[in-house]
Design a protein around this ligand. Structure first.
Ligand code: NAD
Ligand code: TYD
Length: 350
């Protein structure tokens, strides 16, 4: 069946992979990518689909209710996959309000726009909210986050995402909107903005710059290749049950310091440097305030009920990721120089 799907945050890291997957795999769908192009939005991520007949980009901020109404009307939006967000924990510590504005206020604006546009037939449309495992808080030794785990967000980022999840469930309960939520573990892969641990280390190793490891590097994250997350989003969108929550992850826990050492070792090999060269760049720095100790997703539900599982082992995914960054120096140069932010003005007219 033909659909006009609004994907928000489609110029970002995960959103761009979701947009590319949907544009290529579903030629019968119109994909409308709505993004405000903050520092995290990069239209260069979407070059391979930008001229596709079933792809449209609109530069809109989800804080702007009027513009959202216009997008729903103009493009006759049938479904939403909502990824637009402020996503970096460190930025949320220095500027929490920016996270409330986009992640909470922006999400409620989007829910309102969908509710208004779909008023007559709410049951024919789906609002899919993409969220994070960080809403569940911090685990210590043992145990996993289940869909039934109580929310216990610890950072301004996770608090804002938790609030947005609650609003989505409140709209389902109160207004009978068809909604679905997924909560995913840490993603890595191509097009990841180099402020996050893995791309930052790849970039710094390449340039022989210090690798800042917070605290003792003992914190544990559960990593999933971004294209496997995009596949999971496709699965939840098409097969998920309205009103449900699905945890997404690959049962792949790593201490930060072990990831950094792995990157050093693999990049020494790839760059032809003597073994141990990059490890010397590791620098232990002041810990992040309120740093969550451990995240770990139990992804049994999505595996059993929807048949999704990761396609890649971590070692393969890391190889692909490093190779992508080494082969795409232009992308990194444009991000570090800021040139990527000129792409909209030079390729789209206002
Ligand atoms: P990102 O920071 O790379 O991209 C976010 C995108 O949203 C950018 O293109 C940005 O321009 C856009 N955006 C920001 N504010 C906006 C606004 N007010 N209006 C419209 N667009 C706006 O983020 P990401 O890592 O791709 O994460 C995407 C989603 O997935 C987020 O909702 C995040 O919470 C969630 N998530 C991320 C991870 C992860 O590891 N990165 C894991 C689980 C869930
Ligand atoms: P990050 O990639 O920011 O993702 P998140 O905070 O959402 O998990 O950080 C991943 C882990 O790496 C987290 O425990 C913080 C740590 N970290 C560092 O040690 N050094 C860094 O420079 C960054 C950005 C993160």
């Amino acid at each position: 069946m033909s659909k006009n799907i609004l994907i928000t945050g489609g110029a970002g890291f995960i959103g761009s992979h979701v947009v590319k997957l949907f544009v290529k795999n579903y030629p019968d769908y119109q994909i409308i990518n709505l993004d405000a192009l903050t520092y995290a939005g990069n239209l260069e991520n979407l070059k391979e689909v930008e001229n596709s007949p079933n792809y449209t980009f609109v530069k809109v901020d989800i804080q702007d209710a009027e513009k959202l109404d216009e997008v729903f009307r103009t493009h006759q939006i049938t479904d939403v996959i909502h990824l637009a967000a402020e996503s970096h924990v460190d930025r949320s510590i220095s500027d929490p309000l920016a996270f409330v504005k986009t992640n909470v206020f922006g999400t409620v604006n989007l829910l309102n726009a969908a509710k208004k546009a779909w008023a007559e037939k709410l049951d024919e449309h789906l609002f899919y909210h993409v969220s994070t495992d960080e809403v569940y808080g911090s685990l210590h030794d043992g145990g996993f986050f289940l869909e039934s785990t109580a929310y216990d967000p610890q950072s301004p980022y996770s608090a804002s995402k938790a609030a947005s999840d609650h609003f989505v469930r409140a709209y389902a309960n109160t207004y009978k909107m068809r909604t679905v939520i997924s909560n995913c573990s840490n993603n890595y892969g191509p097009n990841h903005f180099p402020e996050k641990l893995i791309p930052l280390c790849i970039n710094n190793i390449k340039n022989m710059k210090p690798l800042p490891v917070y605290g003792k590097g003992e914190n544990v994250r559960d990593w999933l290749f971004v294209k496997d997350h995009a596949r999971a989003i496709d699965t939840v969108f098409h097969k998920g049950k309205a009103g449900e929550t699905y945890n997404i992850g690959g049962f792949n826990e790593w201490k930060n310091i072990d990831i950094v050492r792995l990157l050093c070792q693999k990049m020494d090999e790839k760059l032809g440097r003597p073994s141990g060269t990059s490890e010397k760049l590791i620098t232990f720095v002041k810990d992040r305030a309120g740093h969550d100790l451990r995240y770990a997703i139990d992804a049994t539900k999505i595996q059993k009920e929807l048949g999704w599982e990761p396609s890649l082992q971590f070692e393969e995914g890391i190889e692909i990721t490093i190779d992508w960054y080494l082969a795409n120096q232009d992308w990194l140069d444009h991000v570090t120089s800021g040139a990527y932010q000129d792409y909209y003005a030079s390729h789209y007219s206002e």
